[in-house]
Design a protein around this ligand. Sequence first.
Ligand code: HEC
Ligand code: HEC
Length: 465
Amino acid sequence: MHGFKTSAYKRGVLVIATLFLSGIFVLFSLLAVVYAASNDNATEMDRTLRLRLAEAGVTGLEPPPVMSAARVELGRMLFFDPVLSGNRDVSCATCHSPLFATADGLSLSIGVGGRGEGSERTLGVGRRRAPRNAPDVFNRGFTQWRSMFWDSRVAGSPETGFETPAGGALPEGLESLLAAQALFPPSSRDEMRGGIGDRDVLGQENELALYSDYDFAGIWQGLMQRLKAIPEYQELFASAYPGLEPGEIGIAQLANAIAAFQIDAWTFLDSPFDRYLAGDDAVLSAGAKRGTLLFYGEAGCAVCHAGNLLTDQQFHNLAAPPLGPGKAGGLLDYGRGMLTMRQEERFAFRTPPLRNVALTGPWLHNGAYTSLEGVIRQHLNPEAALRNYDTAQLEPDLRPTVRLEDEMIAVLLETLDPLMQKPLELSEQEIADLLSFLNALSSESAKDLSADIPKRVPSGLALGN
Ligand code: HEC
Ligand code: HEC
């Protein structure tokens, strides 16, 4: 009896165990099938995506050459030192701050006379804002760059020569386009140089403001004189340029060092998008992959945000809502059209690159948008976006400067880019997917740049004010 009971019991246990095990087996087989199917889908999607990227010429970028440590360190000091500005109150980092993803978090920058840092910065009495949004300076050292600024007013390369507002006054020996760019903020009155009659933060006369706006050589010489009077800079320049005599060191060496610092500190190619380009299929979410397909497909974004830098470096009018003081004495900023005097290029700006774009708002040449969704909607249907534009997203002093009367809208739309003429209808899901793609362009290493900020600078001036 006892034995029978036991064996029946054992059989029961055996049956249950078998059922249980086969149940688990079936479950696993099912999971395996589902997994294989979804994996197959992913591979199919990746194949399409990789094909599109290849067709679009997006092949990944080679990092720029490594710069000497002494040159980079000199550049870092110069980048953060307010001694480069007329009133000794503004450095490059005021508007390209490591704490604001190498920009300033403002729609329009605040230069000379401002107080505070980043998005907290406020305008000084009697001063005006810069007419444009400060772009980030990530990844600007690649030799594929052909121009700098929203209107490409600095263009060229060491090989072909440069075209800049300084014409023949440009010094010899500039090693890169980024170096040529660095010559211009110190000469701009609103950004760094200040006005005639200004006193600097120490109460001394601002001697750099006395040069005429066209005397670039004078301004640069004045600036070098200031720096050469500081023993620590003499040493830093000497170790950055061991082959040059002190008399041979000039503004080109300053510019080359500032460029070297930006390239060394802020070249990042480790965004999920870049890692995907390098072959890692798993690094992008399904949503980001759908967004990438749209970007390189039906949404047509890559026509302008083209190639490895995600810009064609050409000019397009997206009819961004006009705001701010305008450029060159006019109330409007005609962008490229102001430079070329060509009516059809009015309101056209150089297509911005998009790596790290999610970190660098507000967006567009005048910071009109504080959300990337707003930026996308402006692209999809410029006229509707203008009519629905919400000025509340701007800093209070800029709200009354927005120009959106009917006549203004008509003028803006007159030269609207041909690619923007037909509104593009995208579903909410598709817009969310495009946003996932834009977010996948952010480098993890670009998110905290605080280690780039020096503790002090050779002039002894305060960092930030
Ligand atoms: C007062 C704010 C301010 C200061 C100070 C400033 N910048 Fe800028 N920077 C801007 C603005 C605004 C633009 C865009 C102007 C335009 O395109 O017309 C810009 C553009 C640039 C660009 C071009 C990026 C591109 O993609 O075209 C670089 C590079 C740059 N600045 C580096 C520097 C350096 C180096 C310094 C110091 C020597 C400096 N900036 C000082 C506000 C500033
Ligand atoms: C016709 C060319 C063109 C097309 C197509 C285009 N863009 Fe742009 N994009 C630009 C230009 C030009 C700007 C800057 C305009 C300005 O500031 O006035 C810009 C700005 C942006 C910005 C803001 C960048 C910044 O730093 O301020 C984002 C984000 C962007 N585009 C994403 C997209 C997406 C997503 C698509 C596809 C739906 C797209 N673009 C299609 C030309 C284009």
